[in-house]
Every structure is written in structure tokens, then in C-alpha cells.
Design a protein around this ligand. Structure first.
Ligand code: NAD
Ligand code: UDP
Length: 322
């Protein structure tokens, strides 16, 4: 019997563990007393995100691409590996699709062999540019299957299919959260997501780049709220599979987000309007009734407060770099 078993620590694999969400998740799982294996190809994540964890004897980092199979012994798997921002996932769309599909198959195969529970980081992008608002889990979505976002959207949809087929065919214990726009410290400063862009631009005294007229909406969830949702979902009984929306139901236009950012940084409120990217969803807001009922979960951090923490983080990073 291994030392870990004797210590009775849960062994948890986090793929994409060196990314934005993954690094916060690893931190949380270690704090909860688990043995954590962080697997990452460093495609969009960095060692810096987990540097503060490497001295912990219960934490291990393995460079590995999830499109290749992996043989480890674990009790739980959080499958987060996948570039998440449009700039990153569109850079090599074929590899993005492979990451979602082959990555899901490899991790599901691992879950099947080990009997581990497995959580898939799915996304609100499975709803595409939705006609149903707010988005509820039984809505099937409106995704352009051949557009620039399809490598990500269809990859994530295929991964959901695989999860439910492994569950039905092989009894694999699955958990499928659909994550809505999440933000916070350790977002990549150059990955083009709206909050990191606006904060970095504002702190640098640059114009904020609003795509389209800025009337499109998003609902922003602070990272600690999301991680709490993950952990609660993983702990649910086996008949709770999801899909289950995790996100903050407070909805803002992109223009409102720009105004709030400049208010909080104290910078001059200059904006520049750029063309709207193709297939950019017009509106997005989660219906979180299922998460409230099944997990007793709801987000606690208001955008104003989470944004202030995120601004502090980017200020510190810039200060340390300078
Ligand atoms: P991120 O880019 O910071 O993290 C993804 C991590 O996966 C990175 O560390 C990257 O290097 C790693 N990775 C990518 N391809 C890999 C591969 N083939 N093999 C191994 N590692 C690989 O993004 P994030 O925001 O932390 O997103 C984490 C997960 O959550 C993703 O699956 C994403 O689709 C999902 N998600 C995130 C959001 C959000 O708003 N942050 C919303 C919906 C879904
Ligand atoms: N966006 C913007 N300016 C930016 C970056 C993004 O206006 O500098 C818009 C983008 O067009 C989208 C919204 O902000 O409507 C959210 O974009 P993000 O890439 O963060 O997430 P997603 O589109 O995947 O929800």
C-alpha cells in the first residue's frame, strides 16, 4: 500500500493545472488536504502560476499533453486542459479540437480504468449565440459548426457527448459544469479576454478596445466562486452528473464593464471601437437554479469587488516586472 493511501489523502489529477482556473483549483485542493498532480503542456498556462505550490510535498507537476494517454493512479480527475480564450484557441484550432476530444477520451479512459470520478470543464460556449435567455441547461444551443469559434465550441460539445456516453456505457462517474466567463488573478495578460484586456489597457493608460458597439452582454464570475462550485459538484452523489451551469447571473454590457474598469483604476475613460469578431455571442447569462438546488451554490463576489482584486493583481504584476 502506498504512503498516500496510508495517509488517506485523496489523489487528485488536475489537467490544465498550470492555467488560470487550474492553478486556483490546485491551491484549493491542497488546502483541503489532497495529494495533487498537476498535468499541463504549458500551451497557455505557465509554471509561474503554480510556483508558490511546488514546495508543497503533496503537489507535483508533470509536463504532458492530454492528447496523449496518461497512466497514473488517482481518485478524482478535473479535466481543465484546453486553451480558453479566443486568441489562444484559434491559434492552432486543430490542436484545440484534439485537446478537447482526444483529451476527453484519454481522461475518460483513465477514469474508467481507475474508477476515478471525473469532472469536465465545459463551457457556456456550448450554447453558441443563444436565442434562449438566460441560458438553461436543457437548451441545446446555437453554434456555428464551421466558424472560427467552432474548434472550441464543437470540441467542448463533443467532449460532453463522450462524457455522457462513457457514463451510460461504462458507468464512469461524471460531473459536467458549464462554466460562464470567469475572471480573477492569474488570468493571462495577453490572452485577449475582455477583463484582462480592459484592466491591462487601463493600467497602461491606453484606450480600452470595445469590439462592436459594446452592447453585447456577459456575466462575470469571480474565480473563488467558481472553484467553490467545482468542489461542491465533485462532492455530489453519483447520480448528479450535470450538465450544470456555473456562473454569475449578474449581466453587464461590455460598455458597462469598460466604464466600471476605468472608474476602479482611476484612469482616463478613453475607448476605441474595433470590429466585432465573427460569431461573437450577443448575450450571455446563466440560469443557475440547478446549481442552487443541487449544490446549494451561488456566487458571492460582486463584479465591482472581484474587478478591484483583479486590478490589484495586475498592478502588482506590473510593479514586480518593472
Ligand atoms: P487557461 O488557458 O489559463 O488554462 C488552460 C490550461 O490548459 C493551460 O495551462 C494550458 O497550458 C493547458 N493546456 C492546453 N492544452 C493542453 C493540452 N493539450 N495538454 C495539456 N495541457 C493543456 O484557461 P482557463 O481559463 O484556466 O480555462 C480552464 C478550463 O476551463 C478550460 O478547459 C476552459 O475551456 C474552461 N473554461 C474556462 C472559462 C473561463 O472563463 N475562464 C469559461 C468556460 C470554460
Ligand atoms: N471584447 C471586447 N474588447 C476586448 C476583448 C473582448 O469588447 O478587448 C468583447 C468580445 O467581443 C466579447 C466579450 O468582450 O463580446 C467577451 O469576450 P471574451 O473574449 O472575454 O469572452 P467570450 O467572447 O469567449 O465570452
Amino acid at each position: 500500500m502506498s504512503r498516500n493511501r496510508i495517509a488517506n489523502r485523496k489523489r487528485i489529477l488536475v489537467t490544465g493545472g498550470a492555467g488560470f482556473l487550474g492553478s486556483h483549483l490546485c491551491e484549493r485542493l491542497l488546502a483541503d488536504g489532497a495529494e495533487v498532480l498537476c498535468v499541463d503542456s504549458f500551451y497557455s498556462g505557465t509554471r509561474d502560476n503554480v510556483r508558490h505550490l511546488v514546495s508543497n510535498p503533496h503537489f507535483e507537476v508533470l509536463r504532458h499533453d492530454v492528447t496523449e494517454s496518461l497512466t497514473v493512479e488517482v481518485d478524482e480527475i478535473y479535466n481543465l486542459a484546453c486553451p480558453a480564450s479566443p486568441i489562444h484557441y484559434q491559434r492552432d484550432p486543430i490542436h484545440t479540437m484534439k485537446t478537447s476530444v482526444f483529451g476527453a477520451m484519454n481522461m475518460l479512459g483513465l477514469a474508467k480504468r481507475t474508477g476515478a470520478k471525473i469532472l469536465q470543464a465545459s463551457t457556456s460556449e456550448v450554447y453558441g449565440d443563444p436565442e434562449v435567455h438566460p441560458q438553461i441547461e436543457h437548451y441545446w444551443g446555437r453554434v456555428n459548426p464551421i466558424g472560427l469559434r467552432s474548434c472550441y465550441d464543437e470540441g467542448k460539445r463533443a467532449a460532453e457527448s463522450l462524457f455522457f456516453d462513457y457514463h451510460r456505457m461504462h458507468g464512469v462517474r461524471i460531473k459536467v459544469p458549464r462554466i460562464f466567463n470567469t475572471y480573477g488573478p492569474r488570468m493571462h495578460p495577453n490572452d485577449g479576454r475582455v477583463i484582462s484586456n480592459f484592466v491591462v489597457q487601463s493600467l497602461n493608460g491606453e484606450e480600452l478596445t470595445i469590439y462592436g458597439e459594446g452592447s453585447q452582454t456577459r456575466s462575470f464570475c469571480y474565480v473563488s466562486d467558481l472553484i467553490e462550485g467545482f468542489v461542491r459538484l465533485m462532492a455530489t452523489p453519483d447520480d448528479v452528473t450535470g450538465p450544470i451551469n456555473l456562473g454569475n447571473p449578474e449581466e453587464f454590457t461590455i460598455r458597462e464593464l469598460a466604464e466600471l474598469t476605468t472608474e476602479l483604476t482611476g484612469a482616463a475613460a478613453a475607448v476605441r471601437f474595433l470590429p466585432l469578431p465573427s460569431d461573437d455571442p450577443v448575450q450571455r447569462r446563466p440560469d443557475i437554479k440547478r446549481a442552487r438546488d443541487l449544490l446549494g451554490w451561488h456566487p458571492e463576489i460582486k463584479l465591482r469587488d472581484g474587478l478591484a482584486k483583479t486590478i490589484d493583481y495586475f498592478r502588482d504584476v506590473a510593479g514586480n516586472a518593472g
